[in-house]
Write a protein of this length. Structure first.
Length: 277
């Protein structure tokens, strides 16, 4: 039985919450088997799966496909799906409709970026029965366009704004909030100031949970190497070596070997040879 919002809420202040991104069926199987609490179908899929330079071009149609694939692979983890850029900003009705599409695609909850400016949208989505994870701090869909990849809440005023944003999302009904690239001191204050879990990504160890991109964890994506990432594998190097070995075996004739092939019955082969002779 997949984890519920209640399961995640009860971990606040007691057990750290593990979150990792997943974009496809196979990865979902692996991560679910590893026992993570939440599989995040992030719009980062646009970069690591589709080769975009940012998350901006990602569409609802693409997010629904990724979400469907991940939901088929999980057994126990909660699935949270990102709402891509401009899928919720135009109106509350647009936001509700698109959140519903992700739920119908297999998500248990949706995530959207923004603080005070999206609190009413979050409230509207929650009121129709769809759980929402907030996302403040660095917001790849908007902050990066204006400021680039910069650490957030480094001044008193920016910290106060972020604290207010977190409180507004909690009041709107969000069940958790992702804090991206927020100074660890402010992330700690936010975590202690609200009653819902915080999920940190580059925001220090005091958050209630942590999230990383799967491709960063296993070393599959080298275009960006954020300071906050911890690599547990260098899988890209192993994959290149494996494919190179395969290519060399094909060229040399070592593959396929006899054990990789299928044979006819000898008597049938003789009959065939006589027929075509």
């Amino acid at each position: 039985m997949p984890k519920s919002v209640r399961d995640i809420l009860t971990k606040k202040g007691t057990t750290k919450i593990s979150v990792i991104t997943a974009y496809d069926y196979t990865t979902s199987l692996f991560c679910d088997k590893a026992g993570v609490d939440i599989l995040l179908v992030g719009d980062s899929a646009g970069m690591v799966m589709l080769g975009y330079q940012s998350t901006i071009p990602v569409t609802m149609e693409q997010m629904c496909i990724f979400t469907e694939a991940v939901s088929r692979g999980r057994q126990n983890a909660m699935v949270v799906a990102d709402m891509p850029f401009m899928s919720y900003q135009a109106s509350q009705s647009q936001a509700i409709e698109n959140a519903g599409r992700l739920i119908k695609s297999g998500a248990d909850a949706v995530k959207l970026e923004g603080g005070l400016e999206v609190s009413e949208t979050v409230k509207a989505i929650v009121e129709v029965g769809i759980p929402v994870m907030g996302h403040i701090g660095l917001q790849p869909q908007t902050t990066v366009l204006q400021e680039g990849y910069k650490v957030q809440a480094k001044t008193k005023d920016s910290a106060l704004k972020l604290i207010d944003a977190a409180k507004s999302l909690e009041e709107a009904g969000a069940f958790s909030i992702a804090l991206e690239m927020v100074t660890q001191e402010v992330a700690k204050i936010i975590t202690e100031s609200i009653n819902i879990p915080t999920i940190g990504i580059g925001s220090g160890a005091d958050c209630d949970g942590q999230v990383l991109v799967y491709h960063d964890v296993v070393g599959l994506y080298d275009k960006l190497k954020p300071k906050f990432v911890k690599r547990y594998l260098e899988l890209s190097q192993q994959i290149v070596k494996a494919v190179e070995s395969y290519k060399n075996d094909v060229v040399s004739g070592k593959f396929p070997a006899k054990e990789h092939s299928f044979s006819m019955d000898k008597s049938e082969l003789e009959r065939l040879k006589k027929e075509i002779a």
